[in-house]
Design a protein around this ligand. Structure first.
Ligand code: NAD
Length: 284
């Protein structure tokens, strides 16, 4: 079997075109969706992610501000900036680009963002709602993956989903979303024994490890859907995933490439959440 590609770039272009129309209608109702992105320090990867987010906002007609703070900024100064944005009426979404420098407590910062403007879906209130199955801002990467699966009518109900990685931003919420869609979910992580045996049981295999090509075709069941979340920069400067694509694609039924897979969908879901926030705040 050679897998069909799940092309995140094409799907996100289509979704952005739909969102542009939605934003145009909102503007006629005097709702102007606005995202504030806060970048601390000058990490090149973070800078490039932020640039991608600003560009995607512009394409859909969402206005955005970038607040750049030096890496030496104090935790309190950052919290003050967040507070200003929480109170700014024209701001609907606030995103603090992670990771933050070591002297800043990431959890404290996430807690400080108003849950109503938490378009990353990381605030404990929003995570709690996700656990309960209540309407909330879904974390962008898992939300994007769910949208990709749905776009191809890939069955989730009753299927065994194996998630490799248990981070708060990808692995954990991904499992919760798939559980809500009635998958049977197994989480694997760095202490998991028999990783290959467990992965080989997966109908849907989501890999979010941050380890270049750690998962090859020998971990993939014939016909499985393989989602590669990993972003690893190679010596030649090019990006590659956690999955060794060539061998995995021979086993999988569907597979996401890196780049042009999960990455563009993550940004697109951020826009979706910003529009949702704008509509929600307009009703208040
Ligand atoms: P993380 O470092 O927070 O978590 C990695 C997880 O992988 C951990 O839970 C760890 O237990 C697990 N792991 C590590 N080594 C393992 C091993 N040998 N066996 C089994 N499990 C192992 O990373 P993260 O923030 O979840 O990101 C994971 C990857 O996804 C990174 O490459 C990151 O750049 C990428 N990412 C991509 C997007 C996107 O939009 N495409 C979004 C977020 C993260």
């Amino acid at each position: 079997m050679t897998a069909e590609l799940l092309n995140g770039r094409d799907l996100s272009d289509q979704l952005k075109a739909e969102m542009k129309q939605e934003v145009d209608v909102l503007k006629q109702e005097n709702i102007h969706p606005h995202l504030t992105v806060i970048l601390v320090g000058d990490d090149p990867a973070s800078k490039s992610y932020v640039k991608g987010k600003e560009k995607a906002c512009a394409v859909t007609g969402i206005s955005s501000d970038l607040i750049e703070l030096p890496g030496s900024v104090s935790e309190q100064e950052l919290l003050n900036v967040i507070d200003e944005q929480n109170n700014a009426e024209h701001v609907h979404g606030i995103l603090v680009q992670l990771p933050l420098p070591d002297h800043i407590d990431e959890q404290k910062v996430i807690h400080a963002i108003s849950p109503l403007k938490d378009v990353d879906g990381f605030h404990p209130i929003n995570i709690g709602k996700l656990v309960n199955g209540e309407d909330t801002f879904l974390p962008c990467t898992p939300f994007g993956i769910q949208t990709m699966l749905e776009s191809k009518n890939i069955e989730i109900e009753g299927k065994h989903a194996v998630i490799i990685g248990r981070s708060n931003i990808v692995g954990k919420p991904m499992g919760l979303l798939l559980l809500q869609k009635n998958a049977t979910v197994t989480y694997c992580h760095s202490r998991t024994e028999n990783l290959r045996e467990i992965a080989l049981e997966a109908d849907i295999l989501v890999v979010a490890m941050g380890r270049k090509h750690a998962i090859d075709g020998s971990y993939v069941k014939e016909g499985a859907v393989v989602i590669d979340v990993g972003i690893n920069r190679q010596e030649n400067g090019k990006l590659t995933g956690d999955v060794e694509f060539e061998s995995a694609k021979e086993k999988a039924s569907y597979i996401t490439p890196v780049p042009r897979g999960v990455g563009p969908m993550t940004i697109t879901m951020l826009l979706k959440n910003t529009i949702k926030a704008a509509k929600g705040l307009a009703k208040k």
